[in-house]
Design a protein around this ligand. Structure first.
Ligand code: UN1
Length: 507
């Protein structure tokens, strides 16, 4: 077992990086909210919480920006996003370092997160010339029917600590090309990366020349700030990523005022290891999906169903990977598993492991790794004979529940038998099994993969899931439609007025 120990000051490093990224020190020094690094446990900064009046002012400014921005041709709006992508490319190492310091991701994953931002910017630039509607056959002579997509307004973005910057970009890169303005409430655990991203956006605006003031802003704070965003009548869409509990609070409030909700909530993602699986590939796929990001992705692999014929060949190898995976300072070369976000994350993990033991689970790993004030843990693998309650709930930590199965229908039924529906995968070389898994009677998740794990999706596909995952779709495919309003237009170029459905109304 290798434990990487390299505790150097996160606070000094953060100050350095924030300076290079052009974040005004007044924004991160002297406020009332301490920002702790999960890497060392140190307080790195003190940010200011936005008051209700400040949130309202940001929304009013964004609304004003929207009124101007909606008139700018979409490809020109794309130019701003192109410039943002360039700023992100130039700042990739620094922003990645800040993601590591603030969210605890290992360097390659932190850089990967910034790469996702760059990718979605590129995607959105192309999209800015492809915001199209359909022309539809009409039943009336000399008429034309079509649909037009218009900018929607101010988009509220609520994001979680685990993808502190990428989630904003999936939403806002699309929203900006769609002609919208954004107000962003980052997780209160990760405000510094948000301030840095906003600074990069402002650099892009300066190069762009005439972007309206207030097009993007960051409002920091807890629940009250989120509520001010969710309840404001000038916010027609809130895209919220986080826990199911958060979604349950946000969804009904938005429904109350008929605003749109784009929810990306909890996952309880599974993989099936079938008899014909390539076990070498499956080991790597499972290891990354279950232990990567210290188990703190929405798409993290949490449940594994292993066919009884390969169980004894597969599970001991997996356990060996668990026993040797390098846990430690995410800045150190070679570390694969960094810290949990905070003590609460660690306590939830320990509580789940206690529940799993009480339910008859055999636990390997899961113990705390001593790294001073920060919370590091060995990833845990739990062999268990059924889907006990603890298996059905999402614990945002590196815990993998491993179960045996006999027939695939049973495994698919078990995989679907949880409240969440985000991501899923099967490892098989049997074409019938693969097709069944992704068919209508296969996985009920928003993401269903074959021979790759459930995490680490590309931005080109629509990202999100069903059931308690909230139903929203972000990033690629036609997700952009959530950020626009659709108008159906019927044009009469004749000189009579035939009514639809043959209705007569002659006056
Ligand atoms: C999340 O954890 O909130 O598919 C999103 C993935 C990433 C996104 C995860 N592209 O793992």
């Amino acid at each position: 077992m290798t434990v990487q120990a390299k505790i150097t000051s996160a606070a000094a490093e953060a100050a350095d990086v924030l300076g290079r990224l052009g974040v005004d020190e007044a924004l991160w020094n002297g406020g009332g909210r301490p920002v702790r690094s999960p890497v060392t446990g140190e307080v790195m900064a003190h940010v200011h919480d936005a008051s209700k009046a400040e949130v309202d002012a940001a929304i009013e400014a964004a609304h004003g920006a929207f009124l101007a921005w909606r008139n700018v041709p979409a490809p020109r709006r794309g130019e701003l996003v192109r410039l943002l992508g360039e700023e992100l490319r130039a700042a990739k190492a620094d922003l990645g370092a800040l993601v590591t310091l603030e969210a605890g991701k290992v360097t390659s994953e932190a850089l990967g997160e910034v790469q996702e931002m760059i990718d979605i910017c590129d995607y959105a630039v192309g999209l800015s010339r492809q915001l199209f509607g359909l022309t539809i056959a009409t039943e009336r002579p000399d008429h034309r029917m079509m649909e037009t997509w218009h900018p929607l307004g101010v988009v509220g973005v609520i994001s979680a600590f685990n993808f502190p910057v990428a989630v904003w970009s999936w939403n806002s890169a699309l929203a900006f090309v769609c002609g919208d303005a954004c107000v962003w409430k980052p997780s209160e655990k990760t405000p510094l990366t948000a301030l840095a991203t906003q600074a990069l956006f402002e650099r892009a605006c300066a190069k762009f020349g005439d972007a309206p003031a207030g097009l993007s802003s960051v409002v920091i704070g807890g629940r009250e700030v989120g509520e001010a965003l969710v309840d404001h009548p000038k916010v027609p869409l809130v895209s919220a990523t986080g826990s199911t509990a958060m979604g349950r609070a946000v969804g009904p409030r938005l429904a109350q005022r008929f605003a749109r909700a784009l929810l990306e909530l909890g996952g309880n993602n599974a993989a099936i290891i079938a008899p014909t699986a390539d076990l070498d590939l499956a080991i790597r796929g499972v290891a990354f999906a279950a232990m990567g990001t210290a188990g703190q992705r929405c798409t993290t692999l949490r449940r594994l169903f292993v066919h009884e014929s390969v169980y004894d060949a597969f599970v001991p190898r997996l356990k060996a990977a668990y026993a040797t995976v390098p846990v430690g300072d995410p800045r150190a070369a070679g570390t694969l598993v960094g810290p949990l976000i905070d003590q609460q994350g660690f306590d939830l993990m320990q509580a789940a492991l206690a529940d799993a033991k009480a339910a008859g689970g055999a636990v390997t790993g899961g113990e705390r790794v001593d790294m001073g004030e920060a919370f590091y843990a060995r990833p845990a693998l739990v062999e268990i004979d059924r889907q006990a309650d603890v298996v059905k709930r999402e614990t945002f930590a590196p815990i993998l529940y491993v179960m045996r199965y006999r027939d695939l229908d049973q495994a698919i039924a078990l995989q679907n038998d949880v409240p969440q529906g985000l991501s899923s995968s099967i490892f098989t070389n049997d074409m019938r099994e693969a097709e069944l898994f992704i068919s209508a009677r296969g996985s009920d998740c928003g993401i269903a993969n074959v021979n790759i794990g459930p995490s680490g999706a590309e931005i080109g596909g629509a990202f999100g899931g069903e059931k308690e995952t909230g139903g929203g779709r972000e990033a690629g495919s036609d997700s952009w439609k959530a950020y626009m309003r659709r108008a159906t237009n019927t044009m009469n170029y004749g000189s009579t007025l035939p009514l639809a459905q043959g209705v007569k109304f002659d006056v």
